[in-house]
Design a protein around this ligand. Structure first.
Ligand code: UDP
Length: 325
């Protein structure tokens, strides 16, 4: 351990958290991963356990968080991240970004560590401004099915700024737009794993609504680079990180059909309540302050993701449920 900088990564066994663990190990950090494993999976970080510069705590961050010794950075990435998860575990979703963030800010203050919290494009809700700039305040339904995630993340931003202004804690806030790549949970309900899973199982692709709603998908390596740059920058205000290449969900389904060569068709299901009609990040701020922009286009990112999903076992492919406790 010795002179290595130490980082605590919450949600370490999840999609983004596990990729962040890899990045910080690669940068020479001592990494402390933390996860309660309700949506994360240890197989995402299996390869790290043999390293002496990695350790893991099985812990729920909405309970008091204690870490011995010094700590330089905290990355708060623990949270369910899929709309179907919010519906199944709404209270945990609320707690991890409110109580959990409070605990981690307290830890950051005690350790004099810099903390970066994972916020989201969901703070903009079903946006009335397009593309979304950081100064847009959003259009969120607090009592709708997505409100448990959106409002917890909005509270997270508020308490993070309060710890910065009142306690002088060094804070960073990233607003993450739709991200994809290897290690997404195939059954997490989000559109990309849903479509690829359906194609691999020989099922029809389920479009919610008429498919005219838009999203802008960022490959995970680009996102991790943006987040790393933000952490190391002096920027306290929230920064959007995402890929502005916007596409309708209908056209996205066509791309997945072409990519996978499936003979299946698309079928239409009702649009979930409060599903945002359009979403595209304005990344002017990230370009200017972080000198960052995405490098991996959708064709390449989808190919890499598909390659990784193709390696899943039949059992993993057909697993419908995930443990929630
Ligand atoms: N969606 C879909 N079919 C699916 C899953 C999702 O058409 O099987 C749609 C969903 O209604 C939304 C978009 O794809 O409009 C992206 O959904 P996702 O859950 O991935 O993330 P969101 O951006 O809504 O948080």
């Amino acid at each position: 351990m010795g002179s290595r900088k130490k980082v605590l990564i919450t949600g370490a066994a999840g999609f983004l958290g596990s990729h962040l663990c890899d990045r910080f190990i690669h940068e020479g950090f001592h990494v402390i991963g933390m996860d309660n494993l309700i949506t994360g999976d240890l197989k995402n970080i299996d390869h790290l356990f043999k390293l002496e510069q990695f350790e893991f705590y099985h812990h729920d961050v909405s309970k008091f968080v204690s870490i011995p010794g010094e700590l330089d950075y905290i990355m708060h990435f623990a949270s369910p991240a899929s709309p179907i998860d919010y519906l199944k575990i709404p209270i945990q979703t609320l707690k991890v970004s409110s109580l959990g963030t409070h605990n981690l800010l307290g830890l950051a203050k005690a350790k004099k560590a810099r903390i970066l919290v994972a916020s989201t494009s969901e703070v903009y809700g079903d946006p009335l401004v397009h593309p979304q700039t950081e100064d847009y305040w959003g259009n969120v339904n607090p009592i709708g099915p997505r409100g448990v995630y959106d409002e917890a993340k909005r509270f997270q931003e508020a308490i993070t700024m309060a710890y910065h202004t009142y306690h002088g804690v060094e804070t960073r806030i990233v607003r993450i737009f739709n991200t994809y790549g290897p290690r997404m949970r195939l059954n997490d309900g989000r559109v990309l794993p849903a479509f690829i899973g359906q194609a691999l199982r020989g099922e029809d692709l389920t479009i919610f609504g008429d498919g005219s709603q838009t999203r802008s998908f960022c490959y995970v390596d680009d996102l991790v680079e943006g987040i790393y740059r933000l952490l190391m920058s002096e920027c306290v205000d929230p920064v959007n990180i995402g890929n502005p290449d916007e596409i309708t969900i209908g056209n996205f389904a066509e791309e997945i059909i072409k990519l996978t060569g499936t003979n299946q068709k698309v079928i239409y299901h009702p649009l979930p309540k409060d599903d945002p009609k359009q979403r595209q990040p304005d990344i002017t701020k990230a370009r200017e302050i972080l000198k960052w922009e995405p490098k991996i286009n959708r064709a390449e990112g989808l190919r890499l993701t598909y390659e990784s999903f193709k390696k899943l076992s039949t059992e993993e492919l057909n697993k419908k449920e995930h443990r929630f406790s």
